[in-house]
Write a protein that binds this ligand. Structure first.
Ligand SMILES: [Zn+2]
Length: 368
């Protein structure tokens, strides 16, 4: 029973955080069996990032045009001919992406996204995280985390379950967006109850859930891959931030090492109860969102990553949390001590992203 509960707690941790190492240090503490856990250093956080989740949405700047004056004109004036405006490339001009199928291809995609994220960081942050190994854990829990291995070297990790869940969310959202279907709802209804019951249940897309006549559509596959990238950019932008913001305490521009054995990661995680550090989570959400937005404009005319990927992920986590709440083995104690996705969502969308757009007026928030 206890083991079962711990498993569920960890499952929920993943749901909440895409999992921040199980915040600090499940990776590091667990990896250092017999050694003192390192934990996050107690240091002040850069003031550029929110240091906690506000209970109320913060006021944000007003970068957008104010409403037009309502005073009526005495007479209709001849309207000047509209000047041609530079238009963002229409969606059809974005490169069509090949279907992203299978774990190996998804892992390669994550590596590529991580490289793009690191490439747009400031020089000092880039120096801290360049070369950090990314390892994949075969676990079906939906999880990603940053940690330090037994030698004190930093690593990033993602689970097979994370790849499957992000693929399923991307495929169903792409299908619904293009064809007006409700496959995302169907996916959540089919899969969330089972993954809350067992960490052995696959969060992958059930066979037959995408209507047979829509499955082969090349545009659908391309759009799904864009959404997969967008969600992964937020997920690993957040985890990467735990390293360069100093939360893990082990990313200092160290030489490149291979990283921990993936087979060991699952065991380490199952032995460690995650703990919460809300200021770190808020700071990593902010830095990860900004990193994804910066990488998004750098990669145009390819699909522009944005806060939308993070919002898709957090909305999925919010559903997991809501359904976990009615489970008798609910990880409610854990959930109570972690930032609720329903609080993270407005911070990412209404504070961090909105401020970024205010500083980048040339970027249309709606444009891809
Ligand atoms: Zn985190």
């Amino acid at each position: 029973m206890k083991l079962r509960l711990v498993t569920l707690l960890l499952a929920a941790a993943s749901t909440l955080l895409a999992a921040c190492p199980p915040s600090s240090g499940s990776g590091s503490a667990g990896a250092q069996a017999g050694a003192a856990p390192t934990g996050y250093p107690r240091q002040p956080y850069p003031q550029a990032y929110p240091t906690s989740y506000p209970t109320q949405p913060q006021p944000y700047p007003q970068p957008y045009p104010q409403p037009y004056p309502t005073a009526t004109q005495p007479h209709p004036q001849p309207q000047p001919q509209p000047q041609p405006q530079p238009q963002p490339p229409p969606a059809t001009q974005r490169p069509m992406l090949a279907p992203l199928i299978g774990s190996a291809a998804m892992q390669q995609e994550v590596r590529s996204i991580l490289a793009e994220l690191i490439a747009v960081l400031g020089a000092s942050n880039q120096q801290r995280v360049r070369g950090i190994p990314l390892v994949f854990d075969p676990s079906l829990e939906v999880n990603a985390y940053a940690g330090c291995d037994e030698k004190g070297a930093p690593f990033l990790a993602g689970t097979e379950g994370l790849l499957q869940a992000v693929d399923a969310v991307a495929q169903t959202k792409a299908t619904d967006e293009m064809f007006g279907t409700q496959t995302y709802e169907a996916y959540c209804n089919a899969v969330i109850p089972s993954i809350l019951k067992s960490d052995k249940a696959s969060p992958g897309l059930p066979a037959g859930l995408i209507p047979q006549n829509l499955g082969p559509d090349a545009r659908r596959w391309s759009r799904a891959r864009e959404l997969f990238q967008d969600i992964i950019a937020f997920t690993f932008g957040h985890e990467l931030a735990h390293h360069y913001l100093g939360h893990t305490g082990c990313a200092n521009g160290q030489p490149i090492v291979p990283g921990p054995n993936p087979a060991m990661l699952g065991n380490l995680l199952n032995n460690v109860l995650p703990f919460t550090n809300q200021p770190n989570e808020a700071a990593s959400d902010a830095a990860g969102t900004i990193n994804g937005l910066d990488a998004g404009i750098a990669r145009r005319p390819n699909y522009r990553w944005s806060e939308r990927g993070g919002l898709l992920l957090l909305e999925f986590f919010a559903r997991l949390e809501r359904q976990a709440g009615v489970n008798p083995l609910s990880p409610i104690v854990f959930l109570q001590s972690h930032p609720n996705p329903q609080i993270r969502i407005p911070v990412v969308r209404d504070v961090v992203a909105r401020n970024w757009y205010a500083q980048h007026p040339q970027v249309n928030p709606q444009a891809n």
